[in-house]
Write a protein that binds this ligand. Sequence first.
Ligand code: AVI
Length: 322
Amino acid sequence: MNPAPIRWRLTDLQPRKGDLRADALEGLSARPRTLPSKYFYDATGSRLFEQITRQPEYYPTRIETAMLQQHAPAIARAIGPDVHLVEYGSGSGRKTELLLEGLDGVVAYTPVEISREALLASVERLARRFPAVEMLPVCADFTTAVPLPEPARPARSRLLFFPGSTLGNFERAEAVGLLQSMRATMGAGGAALVGIDLDKDPAVIEAAYNDAAGVTAAFTLNLLHRLNRELGADFDVGGFQHRARYCTRRRRIETDLVSLREQHASIAGQRFDFAQGEAIRVEYSHKYTDADFAAMCAEAGLRVAQAWNDADDWFGLRLLRA
Ligand code: AVI
């Protein structure tokens, strides 16, 4: 017997993946020096991130997954039937599956993802598992407003799913901009389900970004390996160290690559000198209080319609409406 046909249609908005060379030269010339965290996710970085999510110290993925399992019925009740589920990023699997299983009749699923390979891989897998759901992947940069494809069978509403506290990797003004474009995308009657990491004991947070197995350190240092591989740079990666510290005032993990000695590296013929102890800022991971998050939503014209926290108040799911 032939397998059931897989119903899916790709919309390719041909996003620019960014310009690694120009961004690296600009960031390393700035003071303090920076490299954008979006460049973490090449094939090696994506694999290392998956490994991070399985480290005992990295609580967000574990807790959020358990919360989705527990609250899927309440989320389904709040959303109603016949929904077009839209996910920012191409869902690493289990969390998306929990929603596709738990919501009441998902008409279509649209992951919005900049990497075509990651997008197609996740859709192929989910299409087999959920043959009744029309798969409408969009290859695009979700930080810009994304026009969504219309499902063959009309949906009653859209639910935007933005898990993992990925919002926390954006600086506040960018995060508000992203919430604003989510509001435009979800449309009248739509909602967004956003995962947010909550402010807590700094020791717990710092441990999550400094796992004992050193996976997060390898993930961060991969950025320099990537510059060597793709731009022919000559960083001595062993001469740099991963450092992730929680800034309680700004409520964010600040991750740096710290030069262990005086050294230099060249990229595309341009030389960069590093003093001993000099840092390259590579990532922020903001943590939220209820008041912070509600204020950001209000600035974006959204309100928190429902909120779920785990028993320790470490992680939250927020259902947002216009
Ligand atoms: C993807 N993002 C939400 C992760 C975080 O927790 O900020 C990325 C990460 N960086 C280091 N560990 C995990």
